[in-house]
Design a binder for this molecule. Structure first.
Ligand code: HAM
Length: 409
């Protein structure tokens, strides 16, 4: 028997009920905040990520599913959505701003563990073409609202600013000098990063102590980045979202400037614990070769981790099970099922004609329906017998009354 690949999951009921609730919340909030849906390819040119996300990042260095297709092109299964979103925006010749929402599977070759999968799912919101700090505030507020909406408790938000490219060039030298002075205390990975990607050493789990008193980007911001960060914090204060400024938060992808943030929950604590993260990425369009500048900010939330922190949505999966006494009435019953479903009721019946009433009751019980309706002799008088599970007697109702009886009206 062939089994699934390491680090991939079959998401089936009952777990998939939480996933459905999560995607419902995603679609609802996308509409409420005015984010249109984007469906993008799962497979992209490798260069989109090596240039967009950055050669020196862990994602590009170690985690990409990259292969040559039959035409000899190097292609990659997307490890994230943001580079593709910017590519699509620029390729469509879009003008002005565009707010896009996307969901789907991402692929990273990681050492699998709880909340760290090789195929994992993100919901993603990108505010493209907008430089205002209010866009940052909106994206952060939306992320927070999304987690609240799906029932995640104990949410914390960490924010930081890593400044503009020029600020970072200057800061990078300061940081490199500090890291060299501590080289003996650093992990081999961190030592290797001093030249290639020193910022990443700041949030390296293995180097917490060694960099505890390192200079941080937020103390080396230029005027514009400082004003921007001040406006983001003021906006968050105004909407009443609590946050911590975490100077060592730098994120693992190279396209960011200015605002970066991550969200956590006390209900999900693992080595890799962020439920979501994002930030402003004004340089990304340039990195992938766009002549047009695209200031933008966005977030991705990790569904696999969020469902771990979500309560069971509970409730019943079906409203009514229809049992048919006489198989000759199945076609009429079938039409009635259709009418009930059109009225918004979740209805099921036994797929096998002629099964005994006792057998149909057993199926009804297993189906998880809240009630059963029996199509018997009273059908010819326009009535059925209905009964809620867990209560005693059944009662006869006019067929047209059943929907409102179920809805408790
Ligand atoms: P990221 O921090 O790489 O950012 O991923 C965002 C979230 O995806 C993480 O916080 C985590 O919840 C989830 N995640 C990442 N890797 C895995 C994995 N292997 N298994 C399970 N969950 C995972 C981005 O991807 C950026 N594109 C976010 C962004 C959007 N920035 C601007 N716009």
């Amino acid at each position: 028997m062939i089994s699934r690949l390491k680090g991939t999951d079959d998401i089936l009921p009952p777990d998939s009920r939480r996933w459905r609730a999560l995607f419902r919340a995603f679609y609802r909030l996308s509409e409420l905040y005015g984010y249109d849906l984007a469906l993008l390819p799962v497979i992209e040119a490798t260069e989109l990520f090596s240039r967009g996300v950055g050669e020196a990042t862990e994602v590009v260095e170690k985690q990409m599913y990259t292969f040559e297709d039959r035409g000899g092109r190097s292609v990659t299964l997307r490890p994230e959505l943001t580079a593709g979103m910017v590519r699509a925006f620029v390729e469509a010749g879009a003008l002005g701003t565009m707010k896009l929402a996307a969901e789907g599977p991402m692929f990273r070759y990681e050492q699998p563990q709880k909340g760290r999968r090789r195929q994992f799912y993100q919901v993603d919101f990108e505010y493209l073409g907008e430089a205002s700090p209010d866009a940052d505030v909106e994206v952060i507020e939306l992320s927070h609202r999304f987690l609240e909406e799906v029932g995640v408790e104990g949410i914390t938000l960490k924010v930081n600013s890593i400044g503009d490219s020029a600020d970072r060039l200057a800061y990078r030298l300061i940081l490199q000098e500090f890291l060299r002075s501590r080289e003996a205390d650093l992990s081999p990975e961190a030592r290797r990063r001093i030249d290639s990607n020193p910022l990443r050493v700041l949030d390296s789990k293995a180097d917490v102590e060694a960099v505890a008193d390192a200079p941080v980007p937020i103390d080396h911001l230029g005027e514009a980045a400082r004003a921007h960060f001040g406006a983001v914090c003021a906006g968050l204060d105004a909407v009443g979202i609590p946050y911590e400024v975490e100077g060592r938060l730098v994120r693992g992808l190279d396209y960011y400037n200015r605002t970066v943030f991550e969200l956590f929950s006390s209900s999900f604590e693992a080595a890799q614990s962020a439920l979501g993260g994002g930030g402003r990425y004004d340089p990304l369009a340039g990195l992938i070769g766009s002549k047009k500048e695209v200031p933008a900010v966005g977030v991705a939330l990790g569904c696999d981790r969020i469902v771990e922190a979500m309560p069971d949505p509970g409730g019943r999966r079906l409203d009514l099970f229809v049992a048919v006494v006489d198989a000759d009435r199945r076609d009429e019953a079938r039409r009635w099922l259709g009418q009930l479903r059109s009225a918004g009721l979740r209805v099921e019946w036994d797929p096998v004609p002629g099964r005994s009433l006792r057998g149909q009751f057993k199926s009804a019980d297993r189906s998880g329906a809240g009630a059963v309706a029996i199509v018997g002799d009273e059908w010819s008088e326009g009535e059925v017998t209905v009964k809620r599970f867990g209560t005693g007697e059944g009662e006869r109702l006019q067929i047209e009354e059943v929907a409102s009886w179920l809805l408790g009206r």
